[in-house]
Design a protein around this ligand. Structure first.
Ligand code: WTA
Length: 652
């Protein structure tokens, strides 16, 4: 049995949920009266312009509707309602890569967002329902842009700044965006880097929907300006009025799209709603991070990912907290950067990915001891399974054995945390996400909907709809149904299947194993094998390709690609190093550097069944160097397995 860590008495005393009895009571309430439970919180927490009727409409499952007919504008939840009590409180603390700092109060945030919203509405003609793509660095203007869209009812779609022009273009076209907001560039590791040129390339083809590009000048490097299309934010913002009437939005109007990878095909535009999303963003800030009036909260994610949406922008602001935004990387100029910031801003909650913890541990095991980290109360992790050694270091050295660690499991599709310890209540086992949050019906099931046996791996499902859930895949409702409600049926009803495997132990604790589909998780970044394969296929010498994830001590998983060359080049090619480089260049061009492969091995063929399906499990085992336990007799050519093993040995 694993060790158990209890929350300190001090943490429990002040926490919103103070012990497991309170947790159980909340869970019981939700089980007995699901709608009543959510009705209570939606009334208590949200500012409504007009009240809703039905709490949950399941008539067109799985297209669930929450708080039906209610009207609100979530920027009032995040900004306006704080003005009375918190106008001079820091809403955002920004630290630039090179150490420049900015504090934005709630009143300033109100003005900046309203002016931005007026710019979009009045200068660019952006209306309710229009799509706006953001390709932005981590600067306050990125948050203003998201909130400005929400203010006028436009749907934002943030594309992570590490994605390539091709990837950006696909997302712009899929969303049929009217406006793109970007920056000239920003700074990383002390040097300027560029974003605008990538937007220019993306817009070269097929982006006819885009009318205007708004460019925030951050690093003031030279960029090309296209007359009539490109506009300077810094110039246009000057004359905008400070007040912008919020658009009245329906609970179920889309708030944003965020593209994420699935097992098959192109990335999908996960569509989130207004009321349900903001409710859970705020509630999880309060329950999981136990954020208090005077707290300073730092989530190190990028706003290009869901973690940045929910826990840098929407959640902290809805909760009236102070959120830290950091442009740089925690290892520059040295591995003490993050700890220095914790000391300087007296950060109370620090939220990051296991990869970052492993890197900081490796580069500076004792670095945290050089700083005063006594302000820290809660440490969070997200994005991938954390391993016990990383957990222990985080707990002992960063948290000084005083802090609660919340290992939060959730997804782009879930909008906010689903399974996580509660910092003042849950006795924690290291590297374990523990229990579903109150109101969340997460279960580990077999395909037929029966609970998995204790200690066995099963499918992590959520068996009841929840307010912040994905509403649909933009433009593809059938794919939405098929992707999430096709695999597991419980009591005759299709339930949400996450794509993750998990194990429940004898005490009911849930441990997440990771994806059981063809999604790879590299440094907490979600990538689809299908996307990477279709990128690699663009290399003219590649006939066939299969990509798998290989366990990696730092990144969690790394990308391992098996390549079959076209007949005419197969013999003449001895230059595998050159080929690997070229293939990685193709990946960088099609997707971005984050999807580059760590290993690229040329093989004579792929292990295929007689029906032509590639047996990835075999390829995963070979990449790991594990013996093949699968029955290979069903392969069209069983002898291929040995040849692939040989090729990997030679390459290795
Ligand atoms: C993985 C990130 C283990 C999981 C919020 C999930 C985790 C995917 C954890 C979603 C965790 C997230 N422990 N694995 N605490 N949190 N994951 O959409 O495989 O970028 O399906 O959302 O990350 O990644 P996404």
């Amino acid at each position: 049995m694993k060790e158990i860590y209890y929350p300190s008495r001090e943490l429990s005393r002040q926490a919103r949920i103070k012990n497991m009895c309170e947790y159980n009571d909340l869970m019981e309430w939700a089980k007995e009266d699901y709608e009543g439970f959510w009705d209570h919180w939606a009334k208590e927490k949200l500012e409504w312009i007009e009240p809703y009727g039905k709490v949950l409409d399941e008539s067109n499952a799985p297209f669930y509707k929450w708080f039906v007919g209610g009207k609100l504008n979530i920027t009032e939840q995040c900004i306006d309602r704080h003005i009375d009590k918190r106008k001079n409180k820091a809403a955002i603390i920004f630290e630039g890569d090179r150490g420049d700092k900015q504090i934005i109060t709630y009143l300033e945030l109100y003005r900046n967002v309203n002016r931005f919203a007026n710019l979009l509405r009045n200068e660019f003609g952006v209306k309710k329902g229009d799509r706006v793509v953001l390709y932005m660095p981590m600067i306050p203007e990125a948050a203003y842009a998201m909130l400005a869209c929400a203010r006028i009812g436009a749907i934002h779609s943030v594309v992570f700044g590490g994605f390539s022009a091709e990837a950006l273009r696909d997302r712009i076209i899929d969303a049929q965006a009217k406006v793109v907001i970007t920056a000239d560039g920003a700074y990383r590791k002390g040097a300027p880097y560029m974003l605008k040129p990538t937007v220019d390339t993306a817009l070269e083809e097929g982006c006819d929907s885009v009318e205007k590009v708004l460019v925030v000048q951050r690093n003031n490097e030279d960029v090309v300006w296209i007359g009539g299309r490109d506009y300077s934010y810094n110039e246009l913002i000057e004359n905008q009025p400070d007040v912008c009437e919020p658009e009245v939005m329906d609970s179920e109007d889309p708030l944003f799209l965020l593209y994420t990878s699935g097992s098959t095909g192109k990335p999908k535009g996960v569509q989130h709603s207004q009321a349900g999303y903001i409710l859970w963003a705020q509630m999880t800030m309060e329950w999981v991070f136990d954020v208090k009036e005077n707290d300073t909260f730092w989530c190190t994610a990028d706003i290009g990912w869901i973690t940045g949406h929910t826990y840098i922008v929407y959640g902290p602001l809805a909760a009236g907290a102070t959120t830290v935004m950091f442009e740089g990387v925690p290892t520059y100029p040295d591995a003490g950067r993050a700890w220095k910031m914790v000391e300087e801003y007296k950060i109370n909650q620090f939220y990051t990915a296991p990869t970052a913890i492993r890197v900081l541990h490796k580069l500076g095991e004792h670095e945290p001891e050089k700083y005063d980290l006594s302000s820290l109360r809660i440490l969070g992790t997200v994005g991938e399974p954390i391993d016990p050694p990383a957990w222990k270091w985080y707990y002992d050295v960063v948290g000084g054995g005083r802090c609660s660690i919340v290992d939060t499991w959730w997804q782009t599709e879930t909008g906010g945390h689903m399974i996580s310890p509660l910092p003042g209540a849950t006795p924690v086992k290291p590297a374990c996400a523990t229990f579903p949050l109150p109101g969340i019906m997460a279960e580990v099931l077999e395909r037929d909907g029966t609970p998995v046996a204790t200690g066995e791996q099963g499918l992590l499902c959520i068996t009841k709809p929840w307010p912040s859930m994905i509403r649909t895949i933009w433009g593809d409702p059938e794919r939405f149904k098929k992707s999430y409600f096709g695999d597991v049926v419980k009591d005759g009803k299709a339930v949400y299947f996450s794509g993750d495997g998990a194990v429940v132990d004898e005490d009911g604790y849930i441990t997440i194993i990771g994806r059981v589909d063809d999604v790879i998780n590299v440094s907490g970044h979600r990538l689809g094998t299908a996307e990477i394969e279709s990128a690699i296929k663009k290399h003219p010498h590649v006939a066939e390709v299969a990509v798998v994830g290989k366990p990696d001590p730092i990144k969690g998983e790394s990308i391992f690609a098996y390549i079959v060359l076209k007949d005419d080049v197969a013999d003449s090619l001895g230059e595998e190093v050159e080929l690997s480089k070229e293939i990685n260049d193709v990946i960088a061009r099609e997707i971005g550097n984050i999807a580059k492969a760590d290993a690229i091995v040329v093989v004579p063929g792929l292990p295929k069944t007689r029906s032509g399906k590639t047996m990835r499990r075999i390829l995963r085992a070979i990449a790991k160097g594990e013996p093949i336990t699968q029955d290979i007799s069903t392969l069209e050519d069983p002898s291929i397995v040995e040849k692939i093993e040989e090729a990997v040995r030679c390459a290795g």
